[in-house]
Design a protein around this ligand. Structure first.
Ligand code: ZN
Length: 356
């Protein structure tokens, strides 16, 4: 069943305290993936752990100055409305909303095309997969992921097929990308805490290459079935997806996942069925599992203490794939969970709450 998405438009209040900032800077300078682990919502609980780390304590002491972050405070926007476009000859394009914020997700449908007709779609000039959930229903489904750093603007979602007269037909819908409302941290730190040494840098680059090759692979089959689920049971998240960081005046990678603070050893579950694309130790993200769910949808689980699967394994929805840990560049146990759709890094909470 399709439930139309609405964009992540809601009230959001972000509060920080001076000690939050000091800890956040110490941690974010150590781990671009896990940044945010010690900040904001779960800072109090993690206080002892954060200061218990020698590395973090040193980093905190080396903070030269802290420029107070610009905060997105209590902002409210109207939820964008679903879009429907009649393309003629019975073909209709539907998008769950005409606008989405960075890191958001949109559901798309192409209605009225025969199963026998090849249909392709692209967004912003890039091919995006379409799939049929029911044969003979004349409906193709798709998911558009808005990368958390995609430049705000209007981008055409264009669908092409062959008309009844044998000629190519195209129809498109403009989709607006809005800036996401993410907190920005502006901090000044010792250089060594933002730049890994050449050997570490080399390893991190190799990991990145490996990840790119995985995300470049689009499995033309839906390996998932039904709703996506959270990877942990009964563990609240830090809600720190997308946090921007400016260190020493230089923009660094934003936080591309959601962190779940949890005790080491807590079981981690596959968000949906799929095939394990990667199960190994990486420089920043430690013991990492990546699951391919098909059609360009991937989920990533980082900093695990134990990995319970191997690359190539088929996993079912909610299968245990490992345990929460503190591997890679982190200061305490937590799960970093990432969701990628056609290379776009999106907020995983959306695929759980609002996907088809
Ligand atoms: Zn993280």
């Amino acid at each position: 069943m399709t439930r139309w998405l609405t964009d992540q438009a809601s009230s959001a209040t972000i509060r920080t305290t001076p000690i939050d900032r000091l800890l956040a800077i110490a941690v974010s300078s150590m781990d671009p993936h896990a940044a945010g682990f010690c900040d904001s919502s779960h800072i109090t609980k993690q206080f002892a752990k954060c200061f218990g780390s020698k590395v973090v304590r040193r980093a905190a002491l080396l903070v030269a100055s802290v420029a107070w972050p610009s905060l997105a405070l209590a902002t409210t926007t109207k939820a964008p409305q679903p879009v429907k476009k009649n393309c003629g000859a019975g073909v209709v394009l539907k998008v769950s909303a005409g606008a989405a914020a960075q890191g958001g997700l949109l559901l798309t449908e192409v209605v009225g095309v025969k199963d026998s007709e090849p249909v392709t779609a692209e967004w912003d000039g890039r091919g995006v997969p379409l799939w049929r959930e029911l044969q003979g229903a004349g409906v193709l489904h798709g998911l558009l992921g808005v990368d958390l750093e995609k430049a705000p603007g209007s981008y055409e979602w264009k669908v092409s097929w062959t008309g009844t007269d044998g000629n190519p037909v195209a129809c498109s819908v403009p989709i607006t990308v809005r800036a996401g409302k993410f907190a920005t941290e502006r901090l000044t730190v010792e250089k060594q805490y933002v730049e890994p040494d050449p050997e570490q840098q080399k390893r991190a680059e190799e990991d990145q290459k490996k990840m790119r090759a995985i995300y470049d692979t689009v499995t033309r089959e839906a390996l998932w079935k039904g709703k996506f689920r959270l990877p942990l049971k009964e563990v609240p998240t830090g809600k720190n997806f997308g946090r921007r960081r400016v260190l020493n005046g230089e923009a660094r990678s934003p936080h591309a996942g959601v962190d779940f603070p949890a005790a080491a050893g807590t079981p981690v579950y596959a968000a949906q069925a799929g095939r394990v694309a990667l199960a190994e130790n990486l420089y920043y993200s430690g013991n990492t599992v990546v699951i391919d769910h098909g059609f360009g949808i991937y989920t990533l689980y980082a900093h695990l203490s134990e990995i319970g699967v191997h690359a190539g394994d088929a996993v079912g929805a909610s299968a245990e794939i490992g345990k929460v840990g503190a591997t890679g560049r982190v200061t305490g146990p937590h799960l970093h969970w990432g969701v990628t759709i056609d290379h776009a890094r999106v907020n995983g909470l959306q695929i759980v709450e609002k996907q088809p």
